[in-house]
Design a protein around this ligand. Sequence first.
Ligand code: DGY
Length: 326
Amino acid sequence: MGGEAERAKPVLFVTRRLPDAVEARARRDYDARLNADDEPLTPDRLRTGAAGADAVLCCPADRMDAAAIALLPERVGILATFSVGIDHIDMAAAHARGLCVTNTPDVLTDATADVAMLLILAAARRASEGERLLRRGAWTGWAPTQLTGTHIGGKRLAIVGMGRIGRAVARRAVAFGMSVHYTGRHRLPPELEMGAIYHPDPETLPAVADVLSFHCPATPQTHRWLNAARIDRLPPGAIVVNTARGAVVDDAALIAALRSGRIAAAGLDVYTNEPHLDPGYLTLENAVLLPHLGSATVETRNAMGFRALDNLDAFFAGRPVPHRIG
Ligand code: DGY
């Protein structure tokens, strides 16, 4: 937004602390209200922070439901989320209120796919169990039958949601010798499908899911996609990985299947009601649990922040907003 020094800078309320480089750019181009202490957003903080603001930059941990959107003063014209996911935003309420909503796609594809692969490997090879054994001083040395896991080469990876992230995971999995099956709203063209097998009927996917990995948004259609009935149709010893959103899994059903051994292991990065995940997961040796780290690299978080600012810049310059939703 250089060259506009004569105009007052738009007031930008930023709900959480952002990477230094992103905050520096926000400060340069906006009258930025930053959150140096990284306090979580509450209705009070939103009301106070957004008073007199032209824009809000929010994060996936902020509940921007209808009640929160109703707290935004009329003057706020844009809600730029520092995420690709938008399930924390009540889009109907935002649009009814005339808000421009933007997100940050593409830049977190590889980082998230890396964490999905990390979880596939960690769950298959019992990495967390091994580390816990070592840390509690219980490792007695190498033994032929100790902590034997599953070899992922030659296994079938079943992907729910073959968008950018799903495809990036598929590419990685193929390099590890896996074959890929997927379901989604549409079959991909061959250059994007890259040999993966499409299941137009999602109900045929569980039976081929040696590893089942979620890369779909949380929507009413994907809500609790993995339920007891679909778990019953997974091959014995299946592994479940979720780097998408907690809502796609029925926690009670997954925990019961992990407890009984019906599912060999799970690798989870996302949960319903974060950060208050179902405590049942914490007691399971065969669950690898990460605290929503999918996009957590310095490079990626910078790129997400810059993309959010690009959206804001375009909005205030009257240009088409690159990642406007709806
Ligand atoms: C997103 O952008 O939606 C991710 O979940 C953040 O890591």
